[in-house]
Design a protein around this ligand. Structure first.
Ligand code: ADP
Length: 172
């Protein structure tokens, strides 16, 4: 479907990539879901590094090392909280992906893994979020040699099926 995009089902903390992306909240001080899993796997130094950064506005991204993770870097991005769709949610989610990919490129990360940002506790409708994630990534990869590959890590089968179907549509 697309040589530089992969879709996998599993736990993002186990990915053997240069950078994993965290669906953080704007405090960067840790939360539940994928954020909690990444902090548990990376160890306490990650929280210390995030505390020094001091927060991140919605739609932006910040980078730290990955500490105990296999990944060299964690890119922390803050997706929008779904508020019905007329509060700029689409553009903010697109910018979370774009800013994360820019940080990966600027740190020469060849391989990056993303979770399904905003689709858990933040309530963004899954298919709409997936279209934004994949369209933004395809556009970025068209213009940039790095990252070489992007893996979307889906936590469950239903999410993986949506990603596969949207990638089929958008890269056809
Ligand atoms: P948000 O607050 O941005 O909605 P969540 O962490 O609540 O973030 O959910 C984002 C997505 O991450 C959801 O699809 C959730 O199922 C998934 N997720 C939770 N834990 C993991 C994990 N360890 N690896 C990959 N994805 C995960």
């Amino acid at each position: 479907m697309h040589a530089r995009i992969h879709i996998e089902q599993g736990d993002i903390t186990l990915q053997q990539v240069d950078a994993i992306v965290n669906a953080a909240n704007s405090s960067l001080l840790g939360g539940g879901g994928v954020d909690g899993a990444i902090h548990r796997a990376a160890g306490p130094e990650l929280l210390e590094a995030c505390r020094e950064i001091g927060g991140c506005p919605t739609g932006e991204a910040r980078i730290t090392y990955g500490y105990n993770l296999a990944a060299t870097y964690v890119i922390h991005t803050v997706g929008p909280i779904w508020g019905g769709g007329d509060q700029g949610e689409d553009a903010l989610l697109a910018s979370a992906y774009r800013n994360s990919l820019e940080l990966a490129r600027d740190h020469e990360a060849a391989s990056v893994a993303f979770p399904a940002i905003s689709t858990g506790a933040y309530g963004f409708p899954l298919e709409r979020a997936t279209r934004i994630a994949i369209a933004e990534t395809l556009a970025f990869l068209d213009d940039n040699a790095l990252p070489e590959t992007v893996t979307f890590v889906c936590f469950d089968e239903a999410t993986r099926e949506v990603y596969e179907s949207v990638l089929g549509d958008l890269s056809a």
